[in-house]
Write a protein that binds this ligand. Structure first.
Ligand code: AMP
Length: 175
């Protein structure tokens, strides 16, 4: 059984027309969880990486064990108002309205090489905002890694247009 076969799809969640790719079925499976983390560890072992940055909240689930296994620190990128110390933020467009993500200003030292992680890339809006934030702090993005890419929505291409390399463990067709 593969990583992909352990991901559950919930049609029309959280709204009509969305195929929600639910990783909880992958995470609760001991072999699935290990496969997911190991594939990423194998890819990045030996590469020069100083920090793993994870996007709230499912990016934390992948990012923390990956950082631990690589022997580097983990940095959370969070929704507005959640981080307690001084932050820098970036607003980005959603389908309806605007959202904001933030990072502690001292999370990254200029010149550090950062691996950005989230569970899924769809439009790429969230990851693009995270790349902008990390660059504001002087971080160099090694790669953006996702468990799932939805290539038909075009998020990976959007990140590549920023000069960022993108990797995903699996892909799903459609939306
Ligand atoms: P985006 O900014 O459009 O790339 O959306 C990425 C964020 O939204 C990720 O943090 C995902 O957790 C979540 N997301 C977007 N679309 C889906 C989907 N079809 N299934 C599960 N999560 C999704």
């Amino acid at each position: 059984m593969s990583i992909k076969s352990r991901i559950r799809t919930i049609p029309h969640y959280p709204k009509q027309g969305i195929m929600f790719r639910d990783i909880t079925t992958l995470l609760k499976d001991a072999v699935g969880l290990r496969m997911m983390v190991h594939e990423l560890v194998n890819r990045y072992t030996g590469q020069k990486i100083d920090k793993v940055a994870g996007i709230e909240s499912r990016g934390f689930i992948l990012g923390a064990p990956l950082a631990y296994a690589l022997g580097v620190g983990f940095v959370p990128i969070r929704k507005k108002g959640k981080l307690p110390a001084e932050t820098v933020g970036h607003d980005y467009e959603l389908e309806y309205g605007v959202d904001r993500i933030e990072i502690h200003t001292d999370a990254i030292t200029p010149g550090e090489k950062v691996l950005l992680v989230d569970d899924l890339i769809a439009t790429g809006g969230t990851a693009e905002a995270a790349v902008i934030l990390l660059r504001k702090l002087g971080g160099e993005i090694v790669e953006c890694a996702f468990a799932i890419d939805l290539p038909d929505i075009g998020g990976a291409k959007r990140l590549e247009a920023l000069g960022v390399s993108v990797f995903s463990l699996t892909t799903f067709e459609g939306h």
